[in-house]
Design a protein around this ligand. Structure first.
Ligand SMILES: C[S@@+](CC[C@H](N)C(=O)[O-])C[C@H]1O[C@@H](n2cnc3c(N)ncnc32)[C@H](O)[C@@H]1O
Length: 283
């Protein structure tokens, strides 16, 4: 018996209802990916049936979701800012809250007349730096400690800029292999503590690289290392724009007397981004 798309979807939503907060949406995204059509077209075709091969592929993909694998890894893509990024298990799945970091960087770059040198450290899929480059003409460097992450960044650079762009990719433990100075450094560093890792990195998050989450015993260590080192890698008017974790703002306000620090709340009122211009106060 061949089932219609709408019946396949409602059965699928029941099947993954206990592991997902958005079971119908997940099922639609997975099926649209199998059929290589948009979710919108899938809904328009809801009265049609699909081939046995497509249904088999869909059921296999749905089983992966039943085992908690995130939809983005199953479909191999995640929408972020103005684009759709390729993702797989080598990188963190870009989070919507990180779009705020991109916005703040673009706002700053728009105020600058010259073509800026931008470094996105801890780049993962490249979503932060490449999203900036889509909007602002700049000299972009992407760096990460994992060669795997840089490989995914390269895939995204080719996908977003098929005409080719002069982007540098550097494998580096924070700044250890970086030798120049930049106008803007962006970072969404790992910021979970040891206890956060045990509490939150389960289910779907356990599929993502642990290196993308673990910021040190109390979670803030990598953030502090970046702030402390950034002084040496920023030009005189340069700024560092950092995404903060849950308690990040409190930590950095307390832990250090950081020069030129501004904490910015996102649209939900959460202290999400730190903008630091450590060298400006020297002038
Ligand atoms: C929270 S993820 C952010 C990825 C991406 N920027 C995003 O926003 O989706 C943190 C990234 O930092 C990288 N990372 C972890 N430790 C690092 C280190 N010591 N030096 C450089 N990168 C590091 C991880 O491999 C991961 O890609």
């Amino acid at each position: 018996m061949t089932l219609k798309i709408e019946e396949i979807l409602s059965q699928a939503a029941v099947k993954i209802g206990n592991i997902s907060e958005t079971p119908l949406l997940d099922a639609e995204m997975i099926l649209a990916n199998v059929l290589k059509i948009s979710r919108f077209d899938l809904i328009l075709k809801r009265k049609e049936s699909i081939s046995v091969q497509d249904n088999t592929k869909f059921q296999n993909d749905l089983n992966r979701r039943t085992n908690f694998e995130p939809v983005a890894y199953i479909t191999g893509e995640k929408a972020f800012f103005e684009d759709v990024f390729y993702v797989d298990r080598r990188v963190l799945i870009p989070r919507p809250e990180t779009e705020f970091l991109v916005l703040k960087a673009i706002e700053h770059l728009k105020k600058t007349e010259k073509k800026c040198d931008v470094l996105d450290i801890c780049c993962g899929s490249g979503c932060v730096g490449l999203s900036i480059l889509r909007v602002m003409d700049c000299n972009l460097t992407l760096s990460d400690i994992l060669e795997d992450a840089l490989d995914v960044s390269r895939i995204n650079a080719e996908k977003l800029f098929p005409e080719g762009k002069d982007i540098r990719f550097i494998k580096s433990d924070l700044f250890s292999s970086i030798s120049e100075k930049f106008d803007v450094i962006t970072a969404n560093p790992p910021y979970l503590s040891k206890s956060d890792m045990e509490k939150y990195v389960t289910g779907a998050m356990a599929f993502e690289p642990a290196a993308a989450f673990y910021g040190g015993e109390s979670g803030i260590e990598k953030t502090i290392e970046i702030i402390d080192a950034s002084f040496d890698f920023l030009k005189p008017q340069g700024i560092l724009i950092l995404e903060l974790g849950h308690e990040g703002a409190g930590y950095i306000k307390d832990l250090r007397n950081i020069k030129g620090l501004e904490i910015i709340n996102d649209y939900s009122g959460i202290e999400r981004v730190a903008v630091i211009s450590p060298r400006r106060s020297e002038n």
